[in-house]
Design a binder for this molecule. Structure first.
Ligand SMILES: Cc1cc2nc3c(=O)[nH]c(=O)nc-3n(C[C@H](O)[C@H](O)[C@H](O)COP(=O)(O)OP(=O)(O)OC[C@H]3O[C@@H](n4cnc5c(N)ncnc54)[C@H](O)[C@@H]3O)c2cc1C
Length: 289
């Protein structure tokens, strides 16, 4: 049963930040409620104040940053990102990831900001945003700060967010020519959370050699994880099947998966050996296209 709480519904970001500042010790932000309400119903979270930011229109947008990058307001729903003409094309991988996240009903209500702030290591958006080099704007009543998506999750369901802070914006840098990105998740039930997931972005030079690469994993550690040893296997090389296989092995060794009701640690490591080469190879094909 949900414990009683005081409900506050600010209409502007400034109003919300003032409320957060005032109730620093015992509030919870609610956006789409798709993750938080489950925890509240289970009695795992019982805040005195529930601060509902869903009705703040200034945090709901997808716009160009003027340099062919993208800025996404934290309250943008999964469904809006999935269907956005600005996302399809250069940031197609983001739309593809959203298409596989939950059901349409959940995507209609759940926000990308809420997903990241929930801090579930199996969440779909985080590995893709890491692969795309995303940065996050965190705001409180006094200032904004920018952090890398790579650093945002610190442990199971724990993020860098401090009391009084709201994630306000996700910033995606422009992607260079001859680069491509891909994502997949392995799950038994379609639209369910990932057993493991893999996202990759790769940039190649005119000769087709790998100039830069990012590989990020979901559900493979206590937080979404960049596997830099696997990236090093490919960087500055002409990518061959043998190197892709080596990168898969490196990623599976670098990961820190657990055994839970969905899969054993060994099974997850085996999946990574298969999925990492497959996803990087798809990103590479897109970079060459
Ligand atoms: C049936 C079902 C299936 C699902 N399947 C998937 C799936 O396949 N893949 C997947 O990734 N997710 C899945 N989810 C999870 C869910 O879709 C996301 O976590 C959801 O997007 C969270 O967004 P929200 O707006 O509902 O956040 P809320 O539930 O409102 O909030 C989540 C957390 O983030 C905090 N928060 C929210 N917004 C902000 C902000 N802007 N700044 C600071 N803190 C904030 C809240 O305080 C809370 O702790 C599923 C959920 C359900 C119910």
């Amino acid at each position: 049963m949900i414990k009683d709480f005081k409900y506050l519904s600010p209409k502007t970001l400034k109003e919300a930040l003032t409320m957060l500042d005032k109730h620093q010790d015992d509030y919870k932000i609610i956006a789409g409620g798709q993750s938080l309400l489950i925890l509240m119903r289970q009695g795992l979270v019982a805040p005195e104040y529930l601060i509902d930011i869903y009705g703040i229109p200034e945090l709901n947008y997808i716009k160009s940053d003027g340099k062919k990058g993208l800025k996404i307001g934290a309250l943008t729903t999964h469904r809006d990102i999935e269907n956005s003409g600005m996302v399809k094309g250069v940031f197609q991988v983001l739309a593809e990831m959203e298409h596989r996240l939950a059901s349409i009903q959940t995507r209609n209500r759940g926000t990308i900001g809420g997903n990241i702030c929930h801090g579930d290591p199996a969440g779909d958006p985080a590995p893709v945003l890491m692969a795309l080099g995303a940065r996050l704007k965190l705001s409180n009543a006094k200032r904004d700060r920018i952090v890398s998506m790579d650093d945002f999750s610190v442990d199971y369901f724990e993020t860098l967010l401090e009391p009084g802070e709201i994630l306000t914006e996700i910033q995606l840098p422009a992607l260079p020519l001859r680069s491509g990105a891909a994502y997949t998740k392995f799950n038994i039930i379609e639209s369910d959370m990932a057993t493991v997931s893999v996202a990759s972005w790769i940039a190649i030079d005119e000769a087709g050699r790998c100039q830069d690469v990012r590989i990020a994993l979901g559900a493979a550690a206590a937080k979404p994880l960049r596997v830099k040893k696997a990236e090093a296997v490919l960087k500055d090389k002409s990518v061959t099947d043998a190197l892709l296989k080596k990168a898969g092995v490196a990623a599976s060794e670098e990961a820190e998966p657990v055994t839970d009701i969905n899969a054993s640690e060994e099974y997850r490591r085996d999946l990574l050996k298969v999925l990492v080469p497959r996803v990087v190879n798809e990103a590479l094909s897109r970079a060459k296209a």
